[in-house]
Design a protein around this ligand. Structure first.
Ligand code: HEM
Length: 218
């Protein structure tokens, strides 16, 4: 018997995130594709903000309080990983999700305030001082190096789980895992998540358009 562990929004979020991240890596390289990088960056930021909102209002399995473990649970898991039973993230996995979301959020927010003094100014750069822009640009670059390491470890962990027989990727594609149906987490329809995503994306776009007015009012 199977249970639904990941709703449609979490699965779509994950694979869209992977595509957006790869695209941002490519478009932010030596020959920066400025417009594409900004469009993808806005989309990634909207994805992360909606995933954070979904962590409070979405399916039980997507909620932070469902998978963020306290120090005791983390210690017990590290002592005996095999004895831990969960449909979603184990205590280590839960914290690595928080770390990835936090680093991606920092990456998206600092991107709004970057200024390379040659080709590109982020969409909110006009609202910040020169010092702030310099700091944000440095963080944007250092944080990306950190993200590559953390996401590399994430992908490695998924491969290791595959070898120990945990079909995590299948669950992130299909949404289901083999388990007792009585343990089914409460699932919210993914369409609500996409609605949140559309609203967040729309609000970000409006904010960028309002920059000249905000600047004039300051
Ligand atoms: C081929 C590459 C990748 C594979 C196979 C993969 C696979 C997975 C799987 C199976 C999970 C669920 C883990 C679990 O059950 O505990 C997961 C979660 C996650 N992955 Fe990946 N991943 C990949 C790349 C990425 C990339 C590039 C990012 C970030 C840009 C990323 C960010 C995340 C996040 C944030 C979660 C948590 C999902 C949530 O709860 O919202 N992954 N990944």
């Amino acid at each position: 018997m199977t249970v639904r562990v990941w709703d449609g929004f979490i699965r779509g979020f994950h694979w869209l995130l992977l595509v957006a991240f790869a695209g941002l890596w490519y478009t932010g390289g030596d020959f920066m594709h400025v417009d594409r990088h900004e469009q993808l960056g806005t989309f990634l930021l909207a994805l992360i903000i909606s995933r954070i909102i979904w962590g409070f209002v979405g399916s039980e399995s997507a909620r932070f309080r469902y998978f963020i473990a306290g120090p005791k649970a983390l210690f017990l898991y590290l002592r005996a990983p095999k004895s831990f039973q969960s449909h979603t993230h184990n205590p280590m996995g839960g914290w690595s999700v928080i770390l990835m979301l936090a680093l991606l959020l920092v990456q998206g927010v600092t991107g709004l305030f970057t200024d390379d003094a040659i080709f590109y100014r982020g969409p909110l750069a006009a609202l910040a001082s020169k010092d702030t822009l310099r700091t944000m640009t440095t963080i944007h670059s250092l944080n990306f190096d950190l993200l590559k390491i953390v996401i590399g470890l994430h992908t490695l962990a998924i491969v290791v789980y595959k070898f120990v027989g945990e079909p995590l990727v299948y669950a992130m594609i299909k949404g289901d895992k083999k388990a007792d149906p009585a343990t089914q987490p409460r699932i919210v329809h993914g369409a609500w998540g996409y609605l949140i995503l559309a609203v967040v994306y729309g609000l970000l776009t409006l904010l960028f358009r309002a920059v000249p007015y905000i600047q004039a009012a300051l």
